[in-house]
Design a protein around this ligand. Sequence first.
Ligand SMILES: NC(=O)c1ccc[n+]([C@@H]2O[C@H](COP(=O)([O-])OP(=O)(O)OC[C@H]3O[C@@H](n4cnc5c(N)ncnc54)[C@H](OP(=O)(O)O)[C@@H]3O)[C@@H](O)[C@H]2O)c1
Length: 357
Amino acid sequence: MHRSRHGASPALPRRAVIAIITLMRVLIIGGTGLISTGIVKHLAARGADVTMFNRGRRASTIESKIAQITGDRDDFAAFESRFAKEKFDVVIDMISFTPKQAESDVRAFGGRCEQFIFCSTVCTYGVKIPATVRVDETFPQEPISEYGRNKVACEKIFLTAHEQKKFNLTIVRPSSTYGPGGRLIDNLEFNPPTWDRIERGLPVLCSGDGLGLWVSTHRDDCGKLFAHAALNPKTYGQAYNATRDENFTWRDQYREAALALGSRANVIFMPAAWIVAHDPQRFSLLREITQYHGAYSSEKAKRDVPEFRCEIGFVTGAKQTLDDIRRRGAWRDSREDALYDEMVKMALSAGVEAVQL
Ligand SMILES: NC(=O)c1ccc[n+]([C@@H]2O[C@H](COP(=O)([O-])OP(=O)(O)OC[C@H]3O[C@@H](n4cnc5c(N)ncnc54)[C@H](OP(=O)(O)O)[C@@H]3O)[C@@H](O)[C@H]2O)c1
């Protein structure tokens, strides 16, 4: 169980003693990123004593004052020695992508925290569709991308540390997560011209028939799972999907994002292979992830962490995100995108008609 390391002075009034005893010390590696902003928000609401570790390249948008340590986690020697004398109740690592980073975490935090929460990804499952349709945590991990394979390797390193009782491990696997501070993907790429084209009344592209299952989860909903898994013993030694689990397709994603813009989406459906062949690097999201099945069950997370409920609808979340992208001056203007224009012209001249959603 969690115990205070502050020690309770007998001179303190009873209420203050209780407040000190319940303070939870959390270190979050990352902290100003997309998902970590959602986590910090919910940890602050829980009254946790939160410290962020990041390079200081972006400011936190959280209103509560959060302690910050500036550093680079890839400078392993400096990173590990910075925490050699520190103890946290919970360490959350948002940015381990390689086994070397995971091994550095184990050296830094093994024996120095009660719980270690690792942010993994649903890309660790690969692309098969289970009989139950939604992928749950029992589904085999057979990733097809280097990103997914590396996350599986990190999970294994942390699980070994858990088995060696260096800390209690909780693995959280988000799927596509969006919200203010981030971007809004379409079916083709991470930072698409699609939303600008929809606003201009121009047709946009989607692969297949747009009926593939997909899910986009708001960072504030996703963040709840991390924040409320903290010091929840039911989550020790467990892995959780962190997604909305309602029925949603690519058609819904385009239609609802268009609604958020006060518009309608005119979508041309083309084979994924045809789109990717035009620029495999540019359309790597489609090549590796979005052309495949993307529906997950978060029943296990809801069972063990009852505070985790996804409450932000996609139209509301997409509006927040697109407004924020515009405010930050990061809006992608589609007018200079000759390749996309050319692809739309080719599809239309081949007789494929745009479908209004
Ligand atoms: N976003 C998604 O759709 C999604 C889906 C599935 C899984 N995930 C997983 O979620 C995790 C977080 O993703 P995200 O998109 O929320 O991240 P993000 O927005 O890129 O945020 C990264 C955070 O880490 C800090 N950071 C980056 N490099 C650092 C370094 N070398 N040393 C110290 N701090 C560093 C950044 O601040 P500074 O730049 O100031 O250092 C920032 O606070 C990742 O592990 C990813 O695999 C994300």
